[in-house]
Design a protein around this ligand. Structure first.
Ligand SMILES: *Cc1c(COP(=O)(O)O)cnc(C)c1O
Length: 410
């Protein structure tokens, strides 16, 4: 690995001086990418097993995405929702055609905004049916992650994201994830909605246990609450199915999407089932950038790829290969207590001396040319582009192996 050039070093220092210090980016300046590979300004090459946190689903510089974005860039960038434009209309129609549970879509710019819209929809739905504010509680689960706005961070049932930002908005209740009994008891006539990730991402790559989402659906129906699925990370092919909840066989009232949807362009979406499709009536909600033509043009190109059975089959196959390689590597080094997740959304749970050293290991991996994410201090998280080739996958695993060997040996 080549060291930082003086120019890159100066950029890193400028970044550290100029940004609010809420992030701690690694010491390199990423410059360009192709497929599942990225290069920094100093010419170092990396395999991308994080895809910018599950965003770059088709890798970098996918020809269809570049073409869609370039074509739209020469036509129209922005109008606001005061006017119709073609890319957002077509995207909505194409997305709904792939989502038989939904009949209307709302576009925004991020996962947090999509969840914010879902929360507002749930509250409005309850209000429209005459429920008092005390009976508009939203249930979320321990280990969840729903975003960083004040309300979505309140929905995020993890104290580490909330501390210091009190007073938090009211009307949220937290229940233990994958605990059917607790859900039956905790979801009551005062609950207006349940918001849940079919596979928790930031919380450690934890799939819903078999039957859990179905139990939530049944309990929601008993008390008149909406079942809202946060598929911002697990949606759009990541698990090997187009929607993460396809594994659980439930019909949601609301699904939120973002990350993968734009393939790298910022866009979020809320999909609403027919029963709640009219709740956000005229004037009730909005976003200046929502449905932006550039983002929607890119998203249409993403959908054409991730909506194809061939890509989903590819995800299942590569997911199986990655899982097998991680299981084998973990066993050889006695490193992982478990490899869990679905499709190309996998978490390797660290054990023993490395139990809380995910940050250190991801830095070792980077120095060996592999970009890797963590989910908390104890889980290595794998979210590569969904169209990852055999060569990219094998090369990534080889780099992980040499990174682990140097870390464990050193
Ligand atoms: C990333 C994420 C969000 C927040 O998305 P942003 O685009 O960062 O606002 C919400 N929910 C889940 C499940 C996520 O993984």
């Amino acid at each position: 690995m080549k060291p930082l050039s003086p120019e890159s070093q100066a950029l890193v220092e400028t970044g550290r001086r100029c940004f609010v210090p809420n992030y701690r980016p690694r010491e390199m300046i990423l410059d360009h990418g192709r497929g599942a590979r990225l290069w920094d300004k100093d010419g170092n090459e990396y395999i991308d097993f994080g895809a910018g946190i599950a965003v770059s689903v088709l890798g970098h510089q996918h020809p269809a995405l570049v073409a869609a974005l370039t074509e739209q860039a020469h036509k129209l960038w922005h109008t606001s929702n005061v006017y119709f434009t073609e890319p957002s209309i077509r995207l909505a129609e194409e997305l709904l055609a792939l989502a038989p549970f939904a009949s209307r879509a709302f576009f925004c710019n991020s996962g947090a905004e999509a969840n914010e819209a879902a929360i507002k929809l749930a509250r409005k739905h309850a209000a429209d049916r005459g429920r008092a504010p005390e009976a508009r509680e939203i249930v979320t689960f321990t280990g969840s992650f729903h975003g960083r706005t004040l309300t979505t961070v309140t929905a995020t049932a993890q104290p580490k994201y909330q501390e210091g930002f009190e007073p938090l908005p009211g009307g949220f209740r937290y229940l233990p994830f994958n605990d059917v009994e607790a859900a039956r008891a905790g979801i009551t006539g005062n609950t207006c909605a349940v918001l849940v990730e079919p596979v928790q991402g930031e919380g450690g790559v934890m799939p819903a246990a078999p039957g859990f989402l179905q139990a939530l659906r049944a309990r929601c129906d008993e008390v008149g609450a909406l079942l809202m699925l946060d598929e911002v990370q697990c949606g759009l092919g990541r698990t090997g199915r187009l929607f993460g909840h396809a594994w659980d066989g439930v019909a949601p009232d609301v699904v939120t999407l973002a990350k993968a949807l734009g393939g790298g362009m910022p866009i979020g979406a809320l999909l609403a089932a027919p029963a709640v499709a009219e709740v956000l009536g005229f004037g009730s909600h909005g976003s200046t950038f929502g449905g932006n033509p550039l983002a929607c043009a890119a998203a249409r190109a993403v959908l054409r790829e991730v909506g194809s059975p061939a890509l989903l089959a590819h995800v299942e196959r590569q997911g199986g290969r990655l899982r097998a390689a991680l299981t084998e590597l973990g066993a050889r080094h006695d490193l992982f207590s478990e490899v869990r997740g679905r499709g190309l959304m996998l978490g390797a749970v660290l054990q023993g001396a490395w139990a809380d050293k995910a940050t250190e290991l991801t830095e070792h991996a980077r120095r060996h040319g592999l970009l890797l994410l963590q989910a908390g201090p104890g889980v290595l998280r794998f979210l590569p582009p969904l169209n990852l080739t055999d060569e990219e996958l094998d090369s990534g695993i080889a780099r992980l192996e040499s990174a682990l060997e140097s870390a464990l040996g050193g």
